[in-house]
Design a protein around this ligand. Sequence first.
Ligand code: HEM
Length: 444
Amino acid sequence: MVSSTREVDPQSLPAVQLHVIDHPDGQGPALISRSTAAQLGIADGSSRGFLTLASGSDCVLATAVVQDGRVAHGQVAVTAVQQFNLHLGAGISDDFRVFVPPAGEPFELVDVEGEVSQLGKSEEAVDARALTRELLRLHFGLVLALNEACVLEVGARQLLLRITATNTLDAEAQEEAVAYHCYRASAAESLPQSMATVRGSVVLQNARQRPASGPSLSSVRVLTNDGEWFPVKRALLRPCIALTKAVRSEGESVPEVAVDVDTLIFDRVLIFLEALALGRKPPAFGLHLCSQLLAAAQHLGLRALEEYCQERLGECKDRLRFFSFEEVKRLNAAGGCWLILDGMVLDVTRWLPEHPGGSTIIPRQALNLDCSRFFELYHASRESFVYIRQFYHGEIAPEDVDLVPAPEEPASPEFLQQLREFTPWRLQPEVASHLGSRQAAEKA
Ligand code: HEM
């Protein structure tokens, strides 16, 4: 049985190029040789595993390790249905790796729906429970992919069962299971309640019929401002309080909501929401994205993302303060790289090796003076503005502003205006006097 607790990073397992051949039996799990299994990292002696395409696919191959020469080393024998699901035909090679369910995601094993048709001639009714018992006997613990077909012998009858649906959780459970993917179904204990539809002359008793399916109401259709749309699970969108109405709406059709966020940013919002829902740490989004993500978070009312971006952008109010010019010089003399830009005090010490203009020019030219003019001269784009907030620690104290040397040629008024428009979050001088009086009071 695949377990949800294995903390293996699938990316760390070796990908191996395998040559697809037709399955010698035409049905059953995919077959690989023992040496191929060893190469893939399937534990020695294990008779089965799960494979998926290294490039990612929504089909997981239940795989048996065989020693009887039906497959050679480097080959994988797959049935026609599996080839169809993988979009791979016999004679084609592709990279495969062992499938391990992502850690932390739910990997519940649920019942499946199937379509049963007759292979033999008998007219006898078939008990759905006997049919599922047979399915369990053959496939217990194996992932059943959508469209997979298997021949089952129930009593004297030969039946063809084709998997027509997986993840038959009820709507409420589905809503809670945010990261629930289509391949996550397996023949498990719950199967005796599996639902089945019937074709041909089969009379199936004790089967639960599939309810008439309408549109999946567990999603909201989110339209981005550049014309894309995303079907997003309601549960995922719940933290976006500006979308509450759409998330809570009831009705016969999937609710739609337009957001003033483009596809690129909304995609990242979704990554953040998924991490939030699964209790994982969100990825460290690039700083250049954070201001757009922050705007998106404010638009969506997504407080957690707002805080996350503010933190990344360095808007940690408690950290901000006023510096004397002497203090900045001392910090630089001690090996730091603290810049004064239009009065802002920026600590770029740790970031210096990452500076696109190199790590030497700033310490050589721009320390202990107002570097606005250099900033204007060297940065053609306004990309560099985006980073400022991350480095911002405060301001030169108002009484020290005139002590900071300026280069002979000052920065242009246009540049300074742009810079100030981009940095509305700067500490204001009135805060300095307030802090000054508080510090004086504290000293007293
Ligand atoms: C917070 C401070 C700074 C940040 C965030 C920053 C950021 C950047 C960025 C993003 C670029 C590449 C893109 C662009 O052209 O805008 C760049 C290039 C450059 N920066 Fe900076 N920079 C900073 C300070 C400085 C200072 C003080 C100097 C000079 C004394 C400087 C000199 C350069 C040079 C020479 C380049 C290469 C320009 C080119 O290849 O055309 N930078 N910087």
